[in-house]
Write a protein that binds this ligand. Structure first.
Ligand code: AP5
Ligand code: MG
Length: 191
């Protein structure tokens, strides 16, 4: 079993690299951002609540996201070799809840990959994506807010996994293939 967390600031390449990791290692991809955007597209009650947070660049409340994620983790596909969590955990409370969830399932997080990308590059990538993505949070003002929220609420999660000896920083600058090489090297060393 290979259970991976991929994290990093908004625009650091979590989704892009997850697609490559899923294909190479046959994992189930769980992106909390994608799950929330699906709820928004379906105009569910949950989606409506989530949108009010997302469009402002804020995190949705912990209880809400933990509830959504735990259902998906429990229903993990039997034919996969594990899961890759993209965009979760984003607070220390979420990390603690994830530990409890995994213990209950008799599983554990194998490795956390933290993509490190310069702030200017993050902004350039997201502003460029905003021209076609249709995401309400891909505009300069909200991107800056998302980066602030990341530094205040999400970066402390790194300490949590450093203490568990699961933390690996990866240089997230360069071509998509170069970054994937670096990630593969780390994953292969954990198998
Ligand atoms: P989420 O969907 O997770 O968004 P995010 O963290 O802001 O990150 P992005 O998805 O924008 O970027 P990414 O790192 O996946 O990069 P990507 O590969 O797309 O969350 C959205 C919102 O949902 C949050 O703000 C919050 O409100 C809510 N939410 C989600 N999870 C939550 C949680 N756990 N708790 C509470 N709230 C939660 O790449 C970005 C762009 O760069 C793309 O255009 C890509 O093509 C390009 N790119 C990728 N790699 C490269 C490269 N090497 N060189 C050049 N361009 C590249
Ligand atoms: Mg993403």
């Amino acid at each position: 079993m290979l259970n991976i967390i991929i994290c990093g600031a908004p625009g650091s390449g979590k989704g892009t690299q997850s697609d490559l990791i899923v294909e190479k290692y046959t994992l189930k991809h769980l992106s909390t951002g994608d799950l929330l955007r699906k709820e928004i597209a379906e105009k569910s009650e949950l989606g409506k609540t989530a949108e009010s947070y997302i469009s402002q660049g804020n995190l949705v409340p912990d209880a809400m996201i933990i509830d959504i994620l735990s259902k998906h983790v429990e229903n993990q596909a039997e034919d996969s070799n594990g899961i890759i969590l993209d965009g979760f955990p984003r607070t220390v409370a979420q990390a603690e809840a994830l530990e409890v969830m995994m213990k209950k399932l008799d599983k554990e997080i194998s490795v956390l990959i933290d993509l490190k990308v310069d702030e200017n590059e993050l902004i350039d990538r997201l502003v460029a994506r905003g021209q076609t993505s249709g995401r309400t949070d891909d505009n300069l003002e909200t991107i800056k807010k998302r980066l602030d929220v990341y530094h205040c609420q999400t970066e402390p999660v790194n300490e949590f996994y450093k203490n568990l000896n699961r933390y690996n920083a990866i240089n997230g600058m360069g071509t998509i293939d170069e970054i994937f090489e670096r990630i593969s090297t780390v994953i292969d060393s954990k198998r």
